[in-house]
Design a protein around this ligand. Sequence first.
Ligand code: C2E
Ligand code: MG
Ligand code: MG
Ligand code: MG
Length: 284
Amino acid sequence: EKTDEAHRPIIFAEESNQSDALWKLSLQGRIDRALDRGEIYLVYQPKVDISTGQMVGVEALVRWNDPARGQISPAFFIQECERAGRMDHLTQFVLDEAVKAAVLLRGHGIDAKMSVNISATLLRDNRVERMVQQTLREHNLPAHLLVLELTETARILDLDHAVTVLERLRLTGCSISIDDFGVGAANLEVIYKLPLDELKIDREFVANVQNPKAAAVIGSMIAFGKAAGIVVIAEGAEDAQTIRNLADLGCNIIQGYGISRPVELADLLQFQWTTTKPTAKNMV
Ligand code: C2E
Ligand code: MG
Ligand code: MG
Ligand code: MG
């Protein structure tokens, strides 16, 4: 057991002089060790219905606090995880923690849905379905309290196959959400063909809601959601004015720093959102 190994920074592909196979092995080892040592953990960001003030959902977001390098951005290490063939392992960990957290929230009388990010690249086979079923059963969480947020839908190669996998997943009772909608190549065919319950408007549009074109796009997503019976959520709303503009467009379910930053589970239990009408002072 080379204990000093674990504290050395991860060797990334571009700076590695090892063979690809060796590099993959060492990264796998580091990810597994980080999981074992509790360096990887979850934080939770509320989704609030601003028309009622109720926290209707919570998104689980993974964090890696490496003792040598500090916080490593998930956008970065998830990509590394994927390249090391460890996404199913990480996803199982996240599902497990998130489902346990949802059970704990329920125990405190909070019936918020728990969202877990799932890389669409995992839809190639039935592993996610098995993981979801086993995890819900193990912790005894009703399936309707679990939402799977599909990220990287642009990388779905076989849309028809993804439809089949998602239909089976939905039969287990959980909901399917499309993340970051509108950017990348998460295109109209995806929302047209995939069985969906929720659509998350990417923060690129949300941040620019004061722009008439962005507002028109958001408005049409809301209209689409209404017509198709799909819940539309705005992500990345950073301030009171943005939240008010979203509400004016009919978008009431909102997530973002303007509501709450991602927080630890204990803080989530204390979370309460109080409607504060923007005053002249905090209006932008
Ligand atoms: P995402 O799923 O779209 O999550 C939203 C990201 O935006 C999160 O970043 C969140 O902290 C950040 N955010 C929330 N509100 C605001 C806001 O008002 N302003 C700004 N500027 N940012 C805001 P984070 O946690 O760094 O995650 C980045 C991405 O990494 C996620 O984007 C998701 O695609 C991926 N990710 C995170 N956790 C997991 C996971 O457990 N599994 C998988 N497959 N992907 C994950
Ligand atoms: Mg997400
Ligand atoms: Mg998102
Ligand atoms: Mg995003």
